[in-house]
Design a protein around this ligand. Structure first.
Ligand SMILES: [Zn+2]
Length: 210
């Protein structure tokens, strides 16, 4: 199948007798976005911006990584690129953001990735802006985490995504830029710190592919 053939509607099962909603082997829970926005803002108030950001980067990473595992294990895509491109598609189906890929190149032998795209209707930017004025930094932390987790699981090597453009800093929409860890400089230090535990697990899980 092509990435665009993916349909989350067909993959979600509602078991109302048990109170279980699942996407393949993952349990899903549906929350109102305002409730997540409230939780996010309270973490900012209690812990400060930096710690809250790290938590949401990690929260997103876990989500993206888990979605990738379900996609790779339960669907047969025509190509590896379709498997990677299914990330922005399921992210969109989940109602988190509308994700449209722009540039993509992957060199698995060298362990390199460059993947960019446009995010519109980010729920996280929307929530952030309902509490805060636009600032200097991108704010779609869980989205960046998600993209990083998905891409890392795909490449089987650490990949970091940062938003060069974000509504949270006054731009009209958001954009993601994913690159293998070596391609980033100091600007990715906080992200490396946030994901370090995950990156160690990736190295343990696929030692032969490194
Ligand atoms: Zn954003």
């Amino acid at each position: 199948m092509k990435a665009t053939d993916f349909n989350l509607r067909a993959g979600i099962k509602f078991d109302v007798d048990k109170g279980l909603t699942t996407f393949q082997d993952s349990r899903l829970v549906i929350f109102d976005s305002n409730a997540i926005g409230l939780l996010r803002n309270e973490l900012i108030q209690v812990l400060g911006l930096k710690k809250a950001k790290i938590i949401f980067l990690r929260f997103g990473f876990q989500h993206g990584y888990a979605d990738f595992m379900q996609m790779s294990e339960n669907y047969k895509f025509d190509s590896e690129m379709d498997l990677l491109a299914s990330g922005p598609i399921i992210h969109t189906w989940e109602g988190i953001v509308h994700a449209k890929p722009k540039d993509l190149s992957v060199d698995r032998k060298k362990g390199e990735m460059f993947f960019t795209g446009i995010w519109t209707n980010s729920y996280e930017a929307e929530q952030h802006l309902s509490y805060h004025k636009p600032g200097k930094e991108p704010v779609c932390w869980s989205l960046m985490g998600y993209a990083s987790g998905y891409a890392t699981a795909f490449l089987r090597k650490p990949v970091i995504g940062i938003e060069p453009v974000c509504r949270g800093k006054g731009d009209k929409h958001c954009e993601w830029k994913l690159m293998n860890i070596e391609a980033w400089g100091k600007e990715a230090d906080l992200y490396k710190e946030a994901y370090s535990e995950f990156f160690e697990k990736v190295a343990i899980k696929w030692p032969k592919s490194q």
